[in-house]
Design a protein around this ligand. Structure first.
Ligand code: B12
Length: 425
């Protein structure tokens, strides 16, 4: 039996380049993990739509398509096309897991949540002509998660590792619950280390929601990583990064270059509104200073448009970001992804403005904001991003680090300015 696995990706018109481009060339583990959990006796083809084109005349039996919300419309089109040609189609990933009934209209079966148990089960049912409409499993035992199959033809395939699954925090806006759930699970350290050692490249991202949820585990992992001569970025929360200097020291020694931190807001009332219990605004500046003190940089992530935000949120955020002197920052418009408490709440209040999922890209306003107009929110975010990534600001940030080498300096200015203009961060 022949299976085709597709990582769907939607192309957008980039205003900077004035042409259609893939929205990102960042690494993802999705396809790699799906290939690895597909039993060996099946013949598997795969397509990452960022680098390849789907051939709808593909000659095989079953097509599995993965989609996030942003690319869902496009994924449905491919699914419909394959079904018209008599193929059996399965949809999975964040969006189908959040709205399985919607996804089912375009597929023969939908996998809700993780694939490790459901996917082999589904394939066996298919072979016995007993395919069911929906598959869902208990949270997967982390020790039973196989290492992803690296796909050498994709240059990003070696750039990502996942040590844990799940997040207990349940922030109102976060979609992670739809797949990984609230049960936090850690993979055996030796397995993760083995995986890191086998990577062809020495720079990667941890796909984990947060590596500060269980700092005892993370410290053990970082200790084992010291000496491997790797460099990585990872997500973490401010409550732990603010306090745990041992973790910061071990992170630096393990090769951590950058912490990605969801600050989300500089207003405590907003943090309470979104249920982000890990964040205290008063801790921000102290944590940032400590992280920098251990030689690591920070990418701060912020969101605009919560019900507690008023028109002054743009200036106050920018001011705080400058004060904290973050090396990088991402500014997003609050986006209620389906399956999140935020989506349900806004829908109940009749404030969801569109279900055109291709608009759910963190740059468009897809709901009616409470204290400002749609235009004010969209333009406010855009002006913050433009100001923060103006050429002069990129230059200033680059020259701030006295110890930076000239090649790293040029690299950083180019990265900050062009890459961020390109992605319209
Ligand atoms: C790396 C990453 C990226 C990468 C690559 C994503 C990609 N797939 O193209 C980049 C940087 C490009 C990215 C971009 C975006 N991302 Co992102 N990203 C992640 C991150 C951190 C890790 C993804 C990963 O590799 N996970 C590990 C793999 C193994 O898990 P998985 O993909 O969920 O797959 C498992 C199951 O879902 C299932 N499964 C998945 N697909 C299928 C298909 C079939 C057929 C079956 C059977 C099973 C199945 O099986 C897998 C194994 O169990 C996640 C958070 C997270 N922890 O997952 C956010 C996350 C997926 N991203 C998110 C978002 C919002 C975005 C953006 C919209 C942000 C933006 N700036 O615009 C874009 C959208 C890009 C797009 N293509 O549409 C949201 C998803 C929300 C949603 N409902 O869509 C997440 C959950 C973050 C969050 N906390 O909200 N992202």
């Amino acid at each position: 039996m022949k299976i085709l696995l597709i990582l769907s990706h939607w192309r957008t018109r980039n205003t900077f380049l004035n042409k259609f481009v893939v929205t990102s060339s960042y690494p993802t583990l999705t396809l790699e993990q799906l290939v690895s959990v597909t039993p060996d006796h099946y013949e598997v083809d795969y397509v990452d739509e960022r680098w390849q084109t789907v051939d709808v005349n593909w000659d095989g039996d079953l097509v599995g398509i993965s989609t996030l919300t942003l690319s869902a419309n496009h994924a449905y089109e491919i699914a419909d096309e394959f079904r018209r040609r008599g193929k059996t189609v399965v949809l999975g990933g964040y969006h189908p897991s959040a709205v399985p009934e919607e996804a089912k209209q375009h597929a023969d079966a939908v996998v809700i949540g993780e694939a490790e148990i459901s996917w082999p089960r589904l394939l066996a049912d298919y072979e016995h002509h007993e395919l069911k409409p929906f598959y869902r499993s208990d949270p997967v035992d982390p020790a039973a998660i196989p290492s992803p199959k690296r796909l050498p033809e994709f240059r990003t395939s070696d750039g990502i590792v996942q040590a844990t699954r799940g997040c207990p925090y349940r922030c109102k806006f976060c979609a992670v619950q739809n797949v990984e759930g609230a049960m936090f699970r850690t993979r055996p350290v030796e397995k993760v280390i083995e995986e890191i050692k086998s990577l062809q490249r020495t720079r990667f991202l941890f796909a984990d929601s947060s590596l500060t949820i269980n700092s005892t585990y993370t410290k053990q992992l970082f200790q084992e990583m010291a000496g491997l001569n790797v460099h990585f970025s990872c997500y973490g929360n401010i409550d732990v990064l603010n306090k745990d200097e041992e973790l910061l020291k071990l992170a630096h020694e393990a090769g951590c270059e950058q912490w990605l931190i969801g600050f989300e807001s500089v207003n405590q009332e907003t943090l309470k509104f979104i249920g982000k219990k890990t964040n205290k605004v008063e801790d921000y500046a102290i944590a940032v200073k400590k992280i920098k003190g251990y030689g690591m940089t920070i990418m701060g992530l912020f969101m605009f448009g919560f019900d507690t935000d008023t028109n002054d949120v743009f200036d106050s955020t920018l001011e705080a970001v400058y004060k904290m002197d973050l090396e990088r920052a991402g500014f997003a418009i609050v986006t209620p992804y389906p399956g999140t408490p935020l989506f349900d709440e806004l829908e109940k209040e009749g404030r969801i403005l569109t279900r055109d999922w291709s608009q759910y890209n963190l740059r468009n306003v897809v709901f009616q904001p409470k204290n400002m107009s749609v235009e004010e929110l969209r333009d406010g975010r855009e002006s913050v991003a433009k100001e923060y990534y103006s050429f002069s600001n990129c230059l200033r940030r680059g020259f701030q680090d006295e110890n930076i080498s000239i090649d790293r300096l040029v690299n950083r200015i180019v990265y900050d300015y062009f890459i961020n203009r390109f992605y319209r961060i």
